[in-house]
Design a protein around this ligand. Structure first.
Ligand SMILES: [Zn+2]
Length: 312
């Protein structure tokens, strides 16, 4: 009996695959860049090659995959916003063809990050947990009553697209006023640039200036950069308090690239939470940073296979 799951994590920038033990340790993993151009097969091929390479000669318990969303778990398909050629791409069927004879489980990337942080990361032991991934976009997942909540489509807990301002900024999803419109790394940088932030350390296209560059400016006291973090923190706080009111949460874990600037982000989140969390049951919400870093998606994808009673 093997204890290895093949875990797959598909994002708009890179695709990762790794072997994960039943205790959650990642034995090995590799990544390839997600092709920026090409049709659906041209995006699939490097992933197929990667899976073959990582799993060569290994007896597997199953394949767990997390993908940038939206996912459609009931159909086994994904349509990642940042991979335009994958619309209704039959990922579960393709994984089954590539790795035949073992179970294949599919979930959205935010849901997998939540499973990872709950199983082996900063959310261990919490019966009710929200995990937020603040990065190029804003995603997340929910654990309620000790069990990962996926929903029929696999997108439950997608806090990036809950509406916090009815007249708010336009969002990449086509709506407006979503948490992501304020708190994703690119949207933070975009807002700062539009409001006069002119830090220029390294050049490159203005809209690709990262939240980490913004963080460096904020730490030097740049007032626009500091306001961008305050604004993002406010959006995250509003999302957290709303979710906590709905689900009676006490613990929140924040991961993703922007959370590497936790020294700036977490104080802004706490400050603004105090303004919104007025009801008694909302006043004691613990917010911490993720523990698994970039591996949360892979560990969570493996949890779908290793701990299906809780996570799949
Ligand atoms: Zn949205």
């Amino acid at each position: 009996m093997t204890d290895l799951a093949l875990a797959v994590d598909i994002g708009g920038t890179k695709m990762a695959a790794g072997l994960v033990h039943a205790d959650g340790t990642v034995q090995s993993h590799r990544t390839v860049p997600t092709p920026r151009e090409g049709d659906a097969e041209q995006v699939w091929q490097p992933l197929a090659d990667l899976l073959k390479e990582v799993s060569a000669g290994v007896k597997l318990k199953g394949v767990g995959a997390g993908s940038a969303g939206p996912a459609d778990r009931s159909r086994g398909e994904v349509s990642p916003v940042n991979i335009p050629s994958w619309r209704g791409f039959p990922l579960r069927a393709r994984l089954s063809e590539a790795v035949p004879g073992v179970p294949v489980a599919l979930a959205g990337d935010g849901v997998c990050a939540a499973a990872g942080e709950h199983w082996r990361g900063a959310g261990q032991g919490q019966a009710n947990l929200l995990v937020m991934v603040v990065s190029t976009g804003v995603g997340g997942g929910l654990v309620l009553g000790g069990r990962l909540v996926q929903g029929p489509s696999g997108n439950a807990g997608h806090i990036g697209h809950i509406v916090i301002d009815m007249e708010g900024d336009p969002c990449a999803c086509g709506g407006n006023g979503c948490v992501e419109a304020y708190a994703s790394g690119p949207n933070m940088a975009r807002w700062a640039l539009a409001n006069g932030w002119c830090a220029d350390k390294g050049g490159g296209p203005a809209v690709e200036k990262s939240a980490l560059e913004l963080a460096a400016s904020a730490r030097e006291g740049d007032s626009i950069a500091l306001q961008a973090f305050s604004r993002a923190g406010h959006a995250i706080a509003a999302g957290i308090v709303s979710t906590a009111a709905l689900c009676d949460l006490s613990h929140v874990v924040i991961g993703g690239g922007v959370s590497r600037a936790a020294d700036l982000l977490l104080p802004a989140v706490s400050e603004h939470m105090a303004g919104h969390a007025r009801l008694g049951f909302l006043r004691d919400i613990h917010v911490t940073t993720a523990a698994l870093g970039g591996l949360a998606g892979l560990v969570g994808a493996a949890a779908l296979i290793h701990e299906p009673a809780r996570y799949n």
